[in-house]
Design a protein around this ligand. Structure first.
Ligand code: NAP
Length: 304
């Protein structure tokens, strides 16, 4: 049994691992996909204090190396079942059981879907949720990206470097994302912005051939011929794993700035927690807070 299991190796989970390992605790981090979480698929990070500009993969690699060099063990296994209610916290990854005295849940959030006809059927056949991962397949082609947040804006800029034209579809007349990114998108010659527009269908036989959109103010409809549709309409939590054990609010694990949940010895960090600002720096900050509070909890057990 280790002192602490961290579920998720994104900035929140790995920051928690760094703090817990430095406090002298044994730490196992479970990660189902790749370390870094969403940052691993971010083209460039330029708002993390003291790092002017860094590639998302390099940022993730630095975090991973820092945590593992300090002694945290990262296991590439997805948690499939948990029992967090007792003093011994149990986490299964398939048949394998991991046990710890404390747990930090840092499983992040997943990309939300559009829920329009054609999306499911053409997913992986021209419909993508990750421009950094799939953008290179569309070199010289015409693509569309849906959304108006920082992800959509960053992805539009990234795609514009590869694609002949990028159609950016946003449902309002101003972007939710930051001014610096909005200005860059507006200035980019090969990005065509469709404000006040919502996607109604992704069309194509076996691969994407077009995106149908409708203007919410005028009702005008058109189908833009594109060979790829990128979806960047925000995040949704995925907390079925802890449903019935941890208190949830709109799918997010309910916790305040102390990252403490309704269960003793169970903490939550990063995008999966109820919080106002979901950024890399706030995820890392949560990781530190959760680890310090988990460490205090572990010390209280030792004192018993
Ligand atoms: P987000 O900020 O929630 O933006 C989602 C966008 O999608 C919004 O513009 C929203 O429109 C639109 N949208 C939502 N549902 C839609 C639907 N069904 N159809 C069409 N459009 C829809 O999500 P995000 O861009 O993924 O970012 C998530 C978090 O990560 C944010 O806190 C963001 O600031 C952060 N992030 C930061 C950076 C950075 O700082 N460089 C980079 C990436 C992400 P409305 O605007 O009308 O709501």
């Amino acid at each position: 049994m280790v002192d602490l299991i961290v579920i998720g190796a994104g900035p929140a989970g790995l920051s928690a691992a760094i703090y817990a390992a430095r406090a002298g605790h044994t730490v196992t981090v479970l990660e189902e996909l790749v370390f870094g979480g969403q940052v691993a698929t971010t083209p460039e990070v330029e708002n993390y204090p003291a790092i002017r500009k860094i590639d998302g993969v390099e940022f993730s690699m630095n975090l991973y190396n820092q945590a593992t060099e300090l002694g945290a063990k990262v296991e590439f296994a997805g948690a499939t079942k948990v029992d967090l209610t007792g003093p011994v916290k149990q986490v299964w990854a398939g048949e394998t059981l991991y046990e710890a005295k404390a747990v930090i849940l840092a499983n992040g959030a997943k990309r939300r879907k559009l829920d329009v006809p054609g999306e499911e059927r053409l997913s992986g056949k021209g419909v993508s949720y990750c421009a950094t991962c799939d953008g290179a397949f569309y070199r010289g082609k015409v693509t569309a990206i849906v959304g108006g947040g920082n992800t959509a804006l960053e992805d539009a800029l990234f795609l514009a470097n590869n694609c002949e034209t990028v159609h950016l579809i946003h449902r309002r007349d101003s972007f939710r994302g930051s001014k610096i990114l909005s200005d860059a998108v507006i200035a980019r010659k090969n990005i065509v912005i469709h404000y006040d527009s919502i996607p109604t269908e992704i069309v194509g036989e076996s691969t994407v051939e077009g995106l149908s959109i409708s203007n919410v103010k005028t009702g005008a409809a058109e189908t833009i011929p594109v060979s790829g549709v990128f979806v960047a309409v925000g995040l949704a939590p995925d907390n079925h794993l802890v449903e019935g054990q941890l208190e949830l609010e709109n799918g997010y694990v309910k916790a305040g700035e102390d990252c403490a949940t309704n269960l003793p010895g169970v903490f939550v960090a990063g995008d999966t927690r109820t919080k106002a600002v979901r950024q890399i720096v706030t995820a890392a900050s949560d990781g530190a807070v959760a680890a310090v509070n988990a460490s205090t909890y572990l010390s209280s057990l030792a004192a018993e």
